[in-house]
Each structure stands twice: as C-alpha cells, then as structure tokens.
Design a protein around this ligand. Structure first.
Ligand code: ATP
Ligand code: MG
Length: 210
C-alpha cells in the first residue's frame, strides 16, 4: 500500500462514519418524536395468540416484570396441564396470586359438563380480579379456548374487560383468539411456529416447557 492509498482509505472511512452518524441522527430524531408524542397512560389489553411456542412464557415474563417493580399481579390459568407449573412455584413466593381451573385439557377430561363448571368457577375468579383496583396486571392464561368452546360467553368477557379499572393491564393468551377480543385489545402479537422440537419427537421438558 502506498502512502496515498492509505490517505484515501482514511478519507473513505471518515465519509462512511459521517454517513452512518447522519443516518443514526435521523433515526434518533424519528424515535424521539414518537416518544414525545406517546404521552397517554392507560391499562393495556395485550393478546398473545398464534400457534407458535412462547405465548404463556411471555405472559409470565410480564407478570415477573410487574412483581419486580413491587406491583401486584394475579394469574388465572384456564387449562391446567398435567405438569407442575414452574412459574407458579416461583411467583407465588413473591405474592403473585394464582387461580387454577380444576380440570386439564378438554380432550383429556372428555366431559363437557365438568369442563363448563370448572371454566365458570375460574371465570368468576377472573371477574373478581377484573374489578379489583389494587391489581396492576391480570394474566388470563389460555382464556381463548374457553371462548372458542363456548364454556364462557364472549359477551361476559368483553364486558368485564371493558369495565375493569382504568389503569389495570390484562394479558390474554391462547391460540385462535376471538376476533372481537382482538379488536378490543391495544396490543396483539401472533407467535408463528417456524419450527417446534416436538415435531422432531422431542418431549416437553421440565424447566423449559413447563
Ligand atoms: P409456552 O408455555 O412454552 O410459552 P405457549 O403458551 O405458546 O407455550 P401453548 O399452546 O399454550 O403454547 O402450549 C403449551 C405447550 O405446548 C408447551 O409445552 C409448548 O412447548 C407446547 N407447544 C407450543 N407450541 C407448540 C407447537 N407449535 N407444536 C407443538 N407443541 C407446542
Ligand atoms: Mg400457553
């Protein structure tokens, strides 16, 4: 490399750095303007739906975040799998209240009447939480199935969500969330399965899947 090549190299790098700085400055201005415009505060209704893995773990992540700030969170689990819930073991110790529907997967109980009664009782717990000003965040885990199977009337769910305390956040998880709940929500994320280990014959493992 000659001396003039080295000088050229330096000036090319300087131009690149300047262009990068100018671009980042533009991005920063855009982000700052959006942050300045977002001034409202309200309880958020978040729906985590779709067929991919990560809906409940995301909901529990938000519960952990809430509890970590000394706020009050509560969880209603509408479908209790056969497995012990790792999140419950931990979060109950820091004061997060859990309400768990007494039955397992509906294809396991195969008893509609029993499922409806269990869903009704869990929903009554949920309704109490959705009236309680002292609770900052309510996680309604796997609620979508209760509406799909018509174990709980959609209208009751919508009404309770609409009438909840103004600053209370609610998270609803589960596949195939009803359109009307999606319309009511402030934030909706759909988790898409690109791959799932289960399809390669790998079983659900403690500490990772539950
Ligand atoms: P997680 O609790 O791991 O966040 P999830 O709430 O998104 O999962 P659910 O539909 O509630 O998913 O299913 C719960 C269980 O089924 C978990 O053990 C999860 O690993 C598994 N699971 C989730 N998605 C899939 C999938 N696409 N194929 C097979 N198993 C899945
Ligand atoms: Mg789930």
């Amino acid at each position: 490399m000659t001396q003039s090549d080295a000088v050229n190299d330096t000036s090319v790098n300087e131009t690149k750095a300047e262009r990068h700085k100018a671009r980042q400055q533009k991005v920063k201005e855009g982000v700052d303007a959006k942050i300045a415009a977002a001034t409202k505060e309200k309880g958020i209704l978040l729906v985590l739906t779709g067929n991919g893995k990560g809906k409940s773990t995301s909901g529990f992540g938000a519960v952990t975040r809430c509890a970590g700030h000394g706020q009050k969170a509560a969880v209603v689990q509408f479908i209790k799998g056969g497995w012990e819930c790792g999140e419950r073991n931990l979060l109950e110790k820091v004061g997060v209240e859990f309400f768990v529907m007494g039955t397992g997967f509906t294809w396991e109980t195969q008893d509609r009447e029993k499922d409806v009664a269990a869903a009704e009782s869990a929903w009554e717990d949920a309704e109490k939480l959705l009236k309680d000003e002292s609770i900052n965040l309510v996680l309604l885990d796997e609620l979508t199935y209760m509406v799909t199977y018509k174990y709980i009337e959609l209208e009751r769910v919508i009404e309770a969500l609409n009438n909840r305390p103004k600053m209370q956040h609610v998270i609803i998880t589960g596949r195939a969330c009803h359109r009307e709940i999606i319309e009511l929500a402030d934030t909706v994320s759909e988790v898409q399965p690109i791959k799932h280990a289960f399809n390669d014959g790998i079983k659900a493992q403690i500490g990772f899947d539950y």
